[in-house]
Design a protein around this ligand. Structure first.
Ligand code: MN
Length: 760
């Protein structure tokens, strides 16, 4: 058969017709005319412009509109906005033009999309936070903006291969850092998985390829197991006349890898590679909940139930709208299998998010209680609140919001029986802040199910919680360690900052008085610098705070020590600073003046080859993730033109990727094995028996090429936990050691950990 070659115009027209027919197949009102007009206008506006891939530009907005329509379930207003989303940004037409031609609503959406068109991450952290703030603000004004943005991002990710590798890194990093969690929060499950998989594919192509291949290779076995498992279920469901679909759903490549990485296990040991999904058409809409439980009882009649793994999101949906009944049962081959039971409508919501639910809301069943939308509203309100309380540290701000994105929920009760939703792992203190910020500031303890517990107590679903307060109580610095929600964290930080300010103002007064008494000019910065140096404090505010708190006292001895340049070794840093490790802090440590002279520029466009044997190293190994030869890595170019090597999966690297994309270089090891060994740590735990330590060291020594540098073991209640410091030459040896250790019967886990953890 001869292939018909289509002209560019025909391709474009075909794509648009597909969009139209997908739209007409949806449940929305049929407003074709305005969509056609938007298409023609956008096509004309982008005329002659090409994408990086060489395709006509208009194909991109059409693709975005198709995703918005078919995969998210949005209607004509959003489809028009999607078609027009790059017009104001890239062409000479303005928002006013769009408003004149298409009305206010569409223009507002396009305006929102234009404001956030530059992506979230700039080159500076401050810029990044500002962009992110903008994104959230437009989102909380009209949620459709972010939904269309999601479609835009998904299409850009699908076509990422036409961009240079460095850009790919940056965009993939940004996607994984913010868009995938947002998609999750909005309940766009399939988009979230695809975004994660695509990001992962570009960031770690080798592992991605390996896992995909293994999935394909094991397909046949999996199909067989699924068939055996589902056969008796199918039989009984048919007998009852239930209309349904049953399928095996494989985990995404990214989530398989996450599991492998977290547990340090090979692909073969990921036991829950797939779940069985049953989607049924309820006989009557009102009966869908009851029918979920009917199917549940069919399954548990056949297979043994895992009592701890029933997830009932039918009676109470997740905050992102997800509804389903999950059960885990033991198959005839002795493996646990998760079964997800959902009605057609629940499935739609699960796959396409709450936008699909809107459609149902405006459809026939108006009296449907729309719980999930309320939950989402609450979440959006929280976001607004956070936006309103200014957060000076940009990256902290991002983290705070991110806390809110991935959390899964628990439900707890007030003493009056009111239900409150909190993220998993929330503490009694979080609960206090949920009630009221004043309750949070002044709480002293909590009663969980009538039993007195500390504020750090983690809550469980179903707990009844009562908070005890006292007027004399004030927010404590250490609380920061056990608040988990963005709301309480923001409030606590603000309150602490206020308190800190009071203390450091008092400290400043003390200093002024001291300066006066000792005939020092209080504004003499060099003197202040010397004092700060002496106490190992970096910021003036910090010094004043410590003085105000009486953690530091200045006296004649201090001045004498300073003049003799004697460092203060007794004083220990008493208070932890608010901020965690941020890239800006990372770069602070690198300023060594003597390195300045030998600056030669690192070529950002080519691969940086790591040669551990080199004399004058132009790189250093990041202490946060401590990569060794063989690990997948990337490089970050410092101000002094050296490169810091991080593991690709390192959270710090993820952040760098997102915020400092311009400074990243592709890096690889010259050899998978180094001549000089590097230090790594292994965490090990298991059942404590006599001689276990000996067995462990023997296993390690058996490998020959490895040296034990430190062992730290602790036994408690019949179990042991340990950390072992080792020197190895390659990542292979670590894997080998962990595997060998796991061969010891009593050892339950052996995992490599990041260096930073062992230092503490
Ligand atoms: Mn776009």
């Amino acid at each position: 058969m001869e292939e018909v070659k289509l002209s560019e115009d025909e391709i474009i027209e075909n794509e648009f017709q597909t969009l139209l027919s997908e739209y007409l197949a949806s449940n929305h009102r049929k407003k074709v005319e305005i969509i056609e007009r938007a298409y023609k206008f956008a096509k004309q506006a982008h005329q002659g412009i090409l994408r990086q891939s060489g395709e006509p530009y208009i194909l991109h907005p059409i693709a975005v509109a198709r995703i918005a329509c078919k995969e998210i379930g949005l209607g004509s207003t959003s489809i028009c906005a999607a078609l027009l989303h790059d017009v104001a940004e890239d062409t000479e037409y303005t928002i006013e033009d769009i408003e004149r031609l298409f009305g206010k609503k569409i223009a507002q959406l396009v305006d929102g999309l234009t404001k956030i068109a530059g992506g979230i991450f700039g080159d500076k952290a401050s810029e990044q936070a500002e962009n992110f703030r903008k994104l959230l603000l437009t989102m909380s004004e009209d949620i459709r903006v972010i939904l269309i943005k999601m479609a835009d991002r998904l299409h850009n990710m699908r076509t990422l291969s036409s961009l240079p590798q460095k850009k790919q890194y940056k965009i993939a990093g940004e996607t994984l850092y913010i868009y995938a969690p947002l998609a999750h929060r909005l309940g766009l499950f399939s988009i979230k998985s695809e975004l994660e998989d695509l990001s992962f594919k570009y960031e770690s192509p080798k592992i991605y390829e390996e896992i995909s291949q293994k999935i394909a290779e094991s397909e046949e076995i999996r199909q067989k197991a699924f068939k055996t498992f589902s056969l008796p279920i199918v039989k009984r469901m048919d007998e009852r006349g239930i209309k349904y679909e049953i399928k095996a759903r494989i985990k995404s490549v990214y989530s398989i890898w996450k599991k492998m990485d977290a547990k340090n296990i090979p692909f073969e040991e990921v036991y829950d590679l797939y779940a069985v999904r049953i989607i049924f058409d309820p006989k009557r809409d009102e009966d869908e909940k009851r029918e979920c439980w009917e199917i549940y009882s069919i399954i548990t009649d056949i297979y043994r139930l895992h009592p701890d793994r029933i997830r009932d999101w039918v009676s109470r949906p997740k905050a992102n709208g997800y509804q389903a009944l999950h059960v885990t049962v033991m198959g005839s081959d002795g493996n646990w299998v998760e079964v997800q039971i959902r009605s057609r409508k629940m499935d739609e919501i699960a796959e396409r998010g709450f936008a699909a639910h809107w459609k149902y809301k405006t459809g026939d069943n108006n009296d449907n209680e729309n719980y999930e939308e309320n939950e989402l509203d609450i979440w959006l309100k929280t976001i607004k609140e956070i936006l309103e309380s200014p957060e000076p540290n940009a990256l902290d701000f991002l983290d705070t919001i991110k806390l809110n994105l991935y959390a899964s929920e628990i439900f707890v009760f007030t003493p009056k029986g009111e239900i409150k939703t909190l993220p998993k792992d929330a503490t009694a203190l979080d609960f206090a802040f949920t009630l009221h910020s004043d309750v949070g500031y002044h709480c002293i303890a909590a009663k969980v199910n009538h039993k007195l517990v500390p504020l750090s107590q983690k809550l469980q679903s179903g707990d009844q919680v009562e908070i005890l307060t006292s007027k004399s109580q004030h927010p404590k610095q250490e609380w920061i360690n056990f608040v988990t929600t963005a709301k309480s964290k923001t409030r606590l930080i603000n309150a602490l900052r206020k308190e800190r300010k009071i203390v450091s103002t008092a400290g400043e007064e003390i200093y002024k008085k001291f300066a006066e008494e000792h005939k020092i000019n209080p504004d003499d910065l060099s003197m202040l610098d010397k004092i700060m140096n002496h106490f190992g404090v970096v910021r003036k505010e910090e010094l004043f705070y410590l003085m105000g708190n009486n953690d530091i006292t200045l006296d004649d001895g201090t001045l004498k020590a300073i003049s003799e340049k004697r460092p203060n070794i007794i004083f220990k840093y008493l208070k932890k600073p608010f901020t965690s490790l941020t890239p800006s802090k990372l770069s602070d440590t690198r300023n060594k003046e003597d390195e300045e002279d030998e600056k030669s520029f690192i070529d950002r466009t080519s691969t940086f080859v790591i040669r551990p044997e080199e004399e004058n190293k132009r790189y250093n190994i990041a202490p946060c993730c401590n990569p060794v030869p063989g690990d997948d890595v990337l490089g970050y170019v410092n101000d002094n033109e050296t490169v810091t090597i991080h593991k690709i999966a390192c959270p710090v690297a993820l952040r760098l990727k997102s915020s400092f994309g311009e400074r990243l270089v592709v890096a690889r090891w010259k050899e998978a094995k180094a001549a000089k060994p590097s230090l790594v740590s292994i965490e090990i735990s298991g059942i404590d028996t006599r001689g276990i330590l000996n067995q462990i060291t023997t296993q390690i020594n058996n490998l020959g090429t490895v040296d034990i540098r430190s062992i730290n073991m602790e036994a408690k209640d019949g179990l042991f936990y340990g950390k072992i410091g080792l020197t190895v030459h390659s990542v292979q040896s670590i894997t080998e050691i962990c595997n060998n250790l796991k061969k010891i019967k009593e050892v339950k886990s052996a995992t490599r950990i990041n260096q930073a953890k062992t230092d503490k």
